[in-house]
Design a protein around this ligand. Structure first.
Ligand code: HEM
Length: 414
C-alpha cells in the first residue's frame, strides 16, 4: 500500500505505538515525508540523514531558536558554529573526559549502589522510575557540581524543559507550564553561578564561569543556558538507554547469558541498543537553501526532522537491521562511541554528542553493577511493555523481578 496519499502520518497514534513497524515503508516509499499539519519533512534514509547532519552550510540548527531557546533562556552548544563552538565544546569535553570522567564514574557507582539497595531484598524494581530516572539526574548533578539532595526538584524543572523541547505541538497551557519550570530552574541556578564565579572549584559550572571567549567571560545568562543544555542532553537519553539495554537482553536470553558471563561484551550490547532503539529519535534542522533530498525538492527555510530510528535500521547501512545482535560485524563497538560511528544515535558531524564517552562509561558502570545483583532477571508478572515518545523515546516503565538479595550490599541471596 503506498504511503503517499494514504493518510499516513508520523503524528498518528498508530505510528506512536510502534514507529519501527513503519520505518521500512517510509524509507522505501516516502523517504522525505511531508507532514502538512506542522509544515515539516521527515527523513528516514541513513544516507539522507547523514548528509543533513554533516552539510552544515545547507542545513543549520536554527530551528532550536524556537524549539529550545525559550526554555534554555539562551543559545545552546548545538546553535553555535566556528570558533565559538570549538571553544565552548572544549570546556564540555574537559568536563566529561580524563580524570573528570574517572571521578564521575566512581560517583555513578556509588549513586547506583545507593539507589538499588532498597529494592534488592524485595526482588522487584521498576528500572525506569525507581532507578534509571533518579540515577540519570543525580549523575548529571554530579557532573555539573550541583547539590544531589536537590535532585527531585531539579528533576521536576528538567521535565518541564524537556517537554517543551521534545513536543511536536504544545497547548498554550503546557507551553506556560514549561516556561514557568524553566524560569524556576534559572532562579535556582543564578545564585549558584554567582557563587562559583567567586569560589570556583573543579566542576563544570565553575569551568563555564571562569572560561573566557574572545577575551571576555560568559554572562550569567549564557552560563545558565549551557548548564540547562547539559542537564537536558545528559539526563534525557541515559535512563532510556539503560532500560532499553535490559529489555533487549531479557528478550534475547542467549545474549543476556553471554554478557553476564563476560561483561567485556557490555560495550557491544550498549552500542547495539543505541543502534536498534536510539533514545533520541528525531534531530531537527533547517534547510538554508532549496535542496533535493531523496528525490524530493525541499524549499529554503523548511524544517526537517532526521529520523534516527529509521536511519539506524536502513538495510543500506546495516545487514538484517531489524535484528538485535551484539555480535554484528557492521557496527564496530570501539567506533560506536566516536565520530566514526556508523549508527547515528549520537548524531554525526559538528554537533555529534559531546557526552558519548561519558554515556558509555555511565551505562557500562551501572549495567556491570546491576547484572550480578539482578539474578534470574525477568519481567514482573502481568507487566505490559509500552514505549512512549516521538522525539525522544523509551520504555514508559520496566518492572523487573529477580531473585531477592539478603543485605543491602547484595552480599547474600535468600
Ligand atoms: C545514550 C546517551 C546519549 C545519547 C543517545 C545522546 C544523543 C545526542 C545526540 C543525537 C546529539 C546531537 C544533537 C544534534 O545534532 O542536534 C547530542 C548532542 C549533545 N549531547 Fe548527547 N547523548 C547522550 C548522552 C549525553 C551525555 C551523557 C552528555 C553530557 C554529559 C551529552 C551532552 C551532549 C551535548 C552537550 C550535545 C550538543 C553537542 C553540540 O552541539 O556540539 N549527551 N547527543
Amino acid at each position: 500500500m503506498p504511503l503517499v496519499g494514504s493518510g499516513f502520518s508520523v503524528l498518528s497514534e498508530d505510528f506512536a505505538a510502534a514507529p519501527h513497524r513503519h520505518f521500512a515503508r517510509l524509507r522505501d516509499e516516502s523517504p522525505v515525508h511531508y507532514e502538512p499539519s506542522i509544515d515539516s519533512y521527515f527523513l528516514s534514509r541513513h544516507e539522507d540523514v547523514k548528509r543533513v547532519l554533516t552539510d552544515h552550510e545547507a542545513f543549520s540548527t536554527a530551528t532550536l531558536q524556537v524549539r529550545a531557546e525559550p526554555v534554555m533562556r539562551g543559545p545552546v552548544l548545538a546553535q553555535m558554529t566556528g570558533a565559538e563552538h570549538t571553544a565552548k565544546q572544549k570546556i564540555f569535553v574537559r568536563g566529561f573526559t580524563g580524570q573528570a570522567l574517572r571521578d564521575q564514574t566512581r560517583a555513578i557507582r556509588a549513586n547506583a549502589s545507593e539507589l538499588i539497595a532498597p529494592f534488592l531484598p524485595r526482588g522487584r524494581v521498576d528500572l525506569v522510575h525507581d532507578f534509571g530516572k533518579p540515577l540519570a539526574v543525580r549523575a548529571t548533578l554530579d557532573v555539573l557540581g550541583l547539590d544531589k539532595r536537590d535532585w527531585r526538584q531539579v528533576a521536576a524543572w528538567h521535565s518541564g524543559v524537556t517537554e517543551f523541547i521534545t513536543s511536536i505541538a504544545l497547548t498554550p497551557e503546557r507551553r506556560r507550564h514549561c516556561l514557568d519550570r524553566a524560569a524556576e530552574l534559572e532562579a535556582y541556578l543564578l545564585p549558584v553561578i554567582e557563587h562559583r564565579r567567586r569560589h570556583p572549584g573543579e566542576d563544570l559550572i565553575s569551568r563555564l564561569c571562569t572560561s573566557e571567549f574572545g577575551g571576555a567571560a560568559m554572562s550569567n545568562g549564557e552560563v545558565n543556558a549551557l548548564i540547562v543544555n547539559v542537564l537536558v542532553a545528559a539526563t534525557e537519553p541515559a535512563d532510556k538507554t539503560l532500560a532499553l539495554l535490559f529489555k533487549h537482553l531479557i528478550d534475547h536470553p542467549g545474549q543476556l547469558d553471554r554478557v553476564r558471563r563476560d561483561p567485556a561484551l557490555l560495550p557491544a550490547a550498549i552500542a547495539e541498543t543505541l543502534r536498534y532503539t536510539p533514545p533520541v529519535q528525531l534531530i531537527p534542522r533547517r534547510a538554508e537553501r532549496v535542496t533535493v533530498l531523496g528525490g524530493t525538492t525541499v524549499p529554503a527555510g523548511a524544517t526537517l526532522f532526521c529520523m534516527i530510528g529509521a536511519a539506524n535500521r536502513d538495510p543500506g547501512a546495516f545487514t538484517a537491521p531489524d535484528t538485535f545482535d551484539i555480535d554484528r560485524p557492521d557496527l564496530g563497538t570501539a567506533r560506536s562511541f566516536t565520530a566514526a560511528a556508523q549508527h547515528l544515535a549520537f548524531g554525526t558531524g559538528l554537533h555529534q554528542c559531546v557526552g558519548a564517552a561519558f554515556a558509555r562509561a555511565e551505562i557500562e558502570t551501572v549495567a556491570a553493577l546491576l547484572l550480578p545483583l539482578l539474578e534470574e532477571v525477568r519481567y514482573s508478572p502481568g507487566f505490559r511493555y509500552r514505549e512512549t515518545g516521538l522525539y525522544t523515546r523509551g520504555p514508559a516503565s520496566l518492572s523487573l523481578d529477580f531473585t531477592p538479595v539478603r543485605g543491602a550490599d547484595g552480599s547474600g541471596r535468600s
